[in-house]
Design a binder for this molecule. Structure first.
Ligand SMILES: [Cu+2]
Length: 565
């Protein structure tokens, strides 16, 4: 068994020399592929909805018809145009400026019918390194769109347990998004590709877009019943790190492990916001609403804005009941933060949206990438808008009743740095054996994510949003040694006897419903969800839950779950 404990585990367990052993892995990440061009920062404005981001035009009443196709955009003045994969609403995408270019704006309570037609080439281009061990049909491009945060039937979910082969050239995925309440309140969702074994590549290539839900309070305009900024003062910020080849193509390195192409995490050396490299944003010295999405493949962000005050008002599952003052935003891939930002008193100043190493116990092997974008605060206000932070909001805190049962789900990393390297949940592959997580429809369950690796994994559940109950420190090594199977610890084994301290409550910024939670190393993380099904949808319905480091999801940190009768 000792031979299977990886270098990164040795580091976690504090073995002497662990840091030295860690270095080769880090240098592997840094050295693979060609170097990026030096790109001067803050040359272009960040694209915004209606100005570089297309607000999708319906193809009929409550209906959208997208095609996925390849376009090319210049993401920085010094770069040649970059080939991208994009969602085209039928407009031809003339209004898309960068690599992130589409937003659906929908109304909570109003259902939508949406279709996605694959209009890409049949096989992957040279700039995308496919690991054909992981894909169902080799080098064929197979797409599947998932509405991240959607409360939908399994066959509308974009779900690799239902459609493992995805959708090939000319094929259309047709889905129904009910947008029903309370599961889909006003919130920032996103839709992105979820092709089995290729999610990391299809998202990297550009297949991600915003899905903004409004209601009668969160209208997006100003004034509104909540008293928050709207209109031009509500700014979506989708943050993604990338690398570039000199010809302008995105660079995704292949593994330097013989026999493997897949890499453990993709980290860029250039930051893109709304699809432009290191842009700037001009603001007025007043209150703003920023809606931030970490759209990185693997990078956990730790954002701060220098001197500006921040109040978080919501997260993945929508708005909260009250604002929470925050100093920084620690966002793992797929996490969202809805924040009010006060630029009053900063007139004429230039700020940097910074990204620093996330604080412990969050753990990530990412190399530093400290600058996200520049914010230029002007000196005049054209529309004053709200002048106070509201005392209460139109949303909710998460407060579910006690669970009917508790499930224990292990996170394992196997054979690190070997050709057979993979990750898993519950000691089994995605499609190995029967479905083990089988909540009954309408019941509340606690799920305990037991991290046996050295790094933080952002765990994402389809169908449900959840309450973060807490995180309990434990002796991961002793738990693992007591329960180890051939591919890590199987699911279902309570780690409580190995706890080394009391459960720590969720962070203040975890007060609302979430769909992605940071499962930190050295802890088991408990979430609580009510497994309802959408109106008219009958059990059984099968979904997936997985790590949203998309490299991990693809190999193979994902499992199905079935909502049963
Ligand atoms: Cu992971």
């Amino acid at each position: 068994m000792a031979a299977r404990i990886s270098r990164r585990r040795l580091l976690q367990y504090g073995a002497a020399g662990g840091a030295a052993l860690f270095l080769p892995w880090q240098s592997r990440v840094a050295s693979a592929g060609a170097a990026s061009l030096p790109l001067p920062k803050f040359l272009e404005a960040v694209p915004l909805p209606g100005a570089g981001i297309v607000v999708a035009t319906p193809s009929g009443t409550n209906r959208y018809s997208f095609t996925q196709r390849q376009i090319a955009r210049q993401l920085h003045p010094y770069l040649p145009p970059t080939p991208l994969w994009a969602y085209d609403d039928g407009s031809g995408l003339a209004g898309q400026a960068g690599s992130f270019g589409m937003a659906v704006v929908a109304q909570s309570g109003t259902p939508l019918s949406v279709s996605f037609t694959n209009n890409l080439a049949g096989s992957y281009p040279g700039w995308i390194p496919v690991d054909t061990r992981l894909t169902p049909l080799g080098n064929q491009v197979r797409l599947m769109t998932h509405l991240h945060g959607g409360f939908v039937a399994a066959d509308s979910d974009g779900n690799p347990a239902i459609t493992p082969n995805g959708f090939g050239p000319g094929e259309t995925q047709s889905v129904f998004y009910g947008n029903e309440q309370p599961q889909m309140p006003a919130s920032l969702l996103w839709f992105h590709d979820h092709g089995l074994g290729a999610t990391r590549l299809n998202v990297f290539a550009g297949l991600a877009a915003a899905y903004i839900l409004r209601d009668q309070y969160d209208t997006g305009t100003e004034p509104n019943p909540i008293g928050i900024p709207g209109g031009a003062y509500e700014i979506p910020l989708v943050i993604q790190d990338r690398r570039f080849n000199r010809d302008g193509t995105f660079l995704y390195p292949a593994s330097d492990i013989a026999g493997a192409t897949w890499i453990g995490e993709y980290f860029g050396d250039v930051m893109l916001v709304n699809g432009k490299v290191w842009p700037f944003l001009d603001v007025e010295p007043r209150l703003y609403r920023f809606r931030i999405l970490n759209g990185c493949n693997a990078r956990i962000l730790n954002l701060d804005l220098g001197g500006a005050s921040l109040w978080q008002i919501g997260a993945e599952g929508g708005m909260w009941d009250k604002p929470v003052p925050v100093k920084r935003l620690v966002l793992a891939p797929a996490e969202r933060a809805d924040v009010l930002v006060d630029f009053r008193g900063l007139a004429g100043q230039t700020l940097i949206l910074n990204n620093t190493r996330p604080p412990a116990p969050v753990s990530t092997p990412a190399p530093a990438l400290p600058v996200v974008m520049q914010i230029r605060v002007g000196t005049t206000v054209s529309q004053p808008g709200p002048t106070t932070i509201p005392g209460s909001l139109s949303g909710r805190a998460a407060n579910l009743p006690a669970p009917a049962r508790t499930r224990y789900i292990t996170l394992n990393e196997i054979d690190t740095d070997e050709p057979t390297w993979f990750l898993n949940l519950n000691g089994v592959h995605f499609d190995e054996g029967p479905v083990t997580e089988t909540p009954r429809a309408g019941t509340v369950e606690d799920w305990v994510y037991i991290n046996l690796t050295a790094d933080t994994h952002p765990m994402h559940t389809h169908l449900v949003t959840f309450q973060v109950v807490g995180r309990t420190p434990f002796d991961a090594q002793a738990y693992e040694e007591a329960n180890e199977g051939p591919h890590g610890v199987p699911g279902g084994i309570d780690p409580t006897p190995f706890a080394t301290g009391p459960m720590q409550p969720p962070a203040p910024e975890e007060r609302g419903f979430k769909d992605t939670v940071k499962a930190n190393p050295g802890y088991f993380t408990t979430i609580r969800a009510k497994f309802d099904l959408p109106s008219g949808v009958k059990a059984p319905q099968t979904y997936v839950h997985h790590c949203h480091i998309v490299e991990h999801e693809d190999n193979d940190m994902m499992r199905p779950f079935t909502v049963t009768r």
